[in-house]
Design a protein around this ligand. Structure first.
Ligand code: ATP
Length: 290
């Protein structure tokens, strides 16, 4: 099967190679290679259940991939979410995960904890070092709220923000860990067209600050406007990767979205395997996936 693969270079921020994730007999992600370079916005698309979120979870240490490795700026990452964040990868989730009863500013301050050196005792005893660190954190958090257009709502409770602003706040919180790579899982889900355009502008602005972006999204028009490069997953396999306009016109991608068979598509046996594994989700025995 022909897929274009961009190889790792000196400017590579993320280098995932041979990533496979099995759940019992179900192979959710199969031997996926993906790089993201400095200054790039890369899109990851594919039909429902294609393995996009599972792949993100492998990148961010939520899952330990069955096979393969993930490197950030040349260093292989340990599969532990807090170490991945510390290394420089931040993410947002498909379902909003804000602290609803905390203020907007407090939510962003929470996101800074991997970047503050002051420990628990310093905080409890309110030592001078803690006070200074706290002031710096607040200033940086306010800067991020300015950047995302939420500064005027710093003292509002997160749960009182309109939906589009809650999504922006998630991004502000992710940026608070000062990442070099931001992973966005369906950032425009549930947004109206105006909010989607604002999200697009925000993502371009993030890229312009030198942060590489990898984004999962179902809104194909959004992806095609936004991304320098797009990779397509179908049933866990990367079937195509390339510039947005090339991917958009690729018959395999069109076929995958329309559900019609195409040459080199993940075969019927694999489809049956997925169905069987889903029907028997409880079973964790290694299946016939060899
Ligand atoms: N923790 C898990 N245990 C067992 N199976 C899982 C688990 N997580 C995901 N899967 C299965 O892996 C496959 C890929 O799911 P995933 O959520 O990664 O797809 P997706 O491309 O993100 O889909 P969507 O676009 O609908 O969010 C699906 O068949 C799903 O049921």
């Amino acid at each position: 099967m022909t897929t274009t693969t961009t190889t790792a270079t000196a400017t590579t921020v993320l280098d995932a190679s041979g990533v496979t994730m099995r759940f019992g007999g179900l192979t959710a992600v199969r031997d996926v290679d993906l790089t993201v370079n400095t200054g790039e916005i890369v899109g990851l698309i594919g039909p429902n259940g294609a393995g996009k979120t599972t792949f993100f979870n492998c990148l961010t240490g939520l899952y330990v991939p069955t096979e393969g490795k993930v490197a950030y700026k040349g260093t292989v990452l340990p599969p532990k979410p807090h170490l991945v964040t510390q290394a420089g990868i931040a993410r947002t989730f498909q379902n909003i995960r804000l602290f609803a009863n905390m203020t907007v500013l407090e939510n962003v301050l929470v996101g800074r904890h991997t970047r503050t050196k002051e420990g628990l005792w310093s905080a409890l005893l309110r030592l001078p070092g803690f006070k200074k660190a706290e002031e710096e954190s607040r200033a940086r958090a306010m800067e991020l709220l300015e950047f995302t257009g939420l500064a005027a709502k710093a003292d509002h409770l997160a749960r009182n923000l309109p939906y589009g602003e809650q999504r922006k706040l998630e991004i502000a919180r992710a940026l608070a860990s000062e990442p070099g790579l931001l992973l966005l899982d369906e950032p425009t889900a549930g947004m109206n067209p105006q909010e989607t355009r604002a999200a697009e502008e925000l993502i371009f602005a993030i890229r312009d600050k030198g942060i590489a972006v990898l984004v999962i999204e179902h809104d194909i028009r959004f992806i095609m406007n936004l991304c320098d490069r797009v990779a397509v997953l179908v049933q866990g396999e990367k079937i195509v990767e390339g510039p947005a306009e090339v991917v958009q016109a690729d018959e395999r991608v069109i076929a995958a979205y329309l559900g019609t068979p195409f040459e080199g598509a993940p075969g019927e046996a694999e489809a049956a395997e997925v169905e069987a594994a889903e029907a028997d989700a409880q079973s964790s025995t290694e299946g016939d996936d060899k």
